[in-house]
Design a protein around this ligand. Structure first.
Ligand code: NI
Length: 255
């Protein structure tokens, strides 16, 4: 039983074979998948997938890279969809100072608007952070985002930052990078942070774990993330799979 908490089966890379990809995930013991939407087309596609598959859930939000294009209508659409029983979180949202395609001030405003909406509709949030840790932490504090909590998706920060996030009612989620030989920081954090605050994800089609690094990622590979964490913590694969799955269900309110 594995819970992939962050998958983009709504990406065009899966247009040709999403059914087979989902079948492979089921065959490898993936019991739940959250498909994350981040703009109009990916939100629409995520909502199609939740109607087709009982074990697929959706998160809906607006990506910081594209923040400059979010309109009031888009925010209204996200609010309407938040009432759907299979929408379990808002996001992904956050700040991305690496691509820098939207001005920082616009990104911050779009991030704050989505946090406020999440508090209004009482859903947890999925945070995307690239090279923006200090501003993310400040905004989460200022907006009192701990009221809804959520997940720091594909976490790559330090143990200190991970602890700050946990103190604010957030879970730490690891993906493919924790399996990379040269990924010192994620390995240290995965080893140190208590299992009851950890989640696993693929972020597919990106960030493919070892031994498939460089190929298209898919939810069936989430087992490699669980294996890496089990090895780092000296626990069994089954325990990591079960506990991270329990954590995800608790966070997303899935029975
Ligand atoms: Ni993502």
């Amino acid at each position: 039983m594995l819970f992939d908490t962050h998958a983009h089966l709504n990406a065009t890379q899966f247009n040709e074979d999403v059914e087979q990809v989902i079948e492979r995930a089921r065959a490898e013991g993936v019991s739940h998948i959250v498909v994350v939407g981040f703009d109009r087309p990916t939100i629409d596609r995520a909502m199609e997938l939740v109607e087709q598959y009982s074990f697929i859930y959706a998160a809906v939000g607006w990506h910081p890279v594209d923040a400059i294009h979010m309109t009031d209508e888009d925010l209204g659409m996200i609010e309407r969809l938040a009432a759907h029983p299979k929408v379990v979180a808002l996001g992904e949202m956050g700040l991305d100072y690496y691509w820098d395609q939207s001005p920082k001030e616009v990104q911050k405003e779009v991030f704050r608007k989505q946090i406020r909406l999440a508090k209004k509709v009482k859903l947890p949030i999925i945070i995307h952070n690239r090279d923006a840790t200090a501003d993310i932490i400040d905004i989460l504090r200022e907006e009192n985002a701990g009221e809804v909590g959520g997940v720091m998706h594909c976490f790559s920060g330090s143990i200190e930052v991970a602890r700050q996030c946990i103190d604010m009612n957030f879970y730490i989620s690891f993906g493919g990078p924790v399996t990379f030989k040269n990924a010192k920081k994620p390995k240290e954090v995965a080893k140190e942070i208590p299992l009851d605050r950890l989640l696993i994800e693929t972020d597919c089609p990106y960030l493919t774990p070892h031994p498939f690094r460089g190929k298209r990622n898919e939810p069936s590979y989430v087992k490699y993330v669980a294996e890496a964490i089990a090895e780092l913590k000296g626990l069994s694969f089954e325990e990591v799979a079960q506990k991270t799955s329990d954590n995800a269900k608790r966070l997303f309110g899935i029975i």
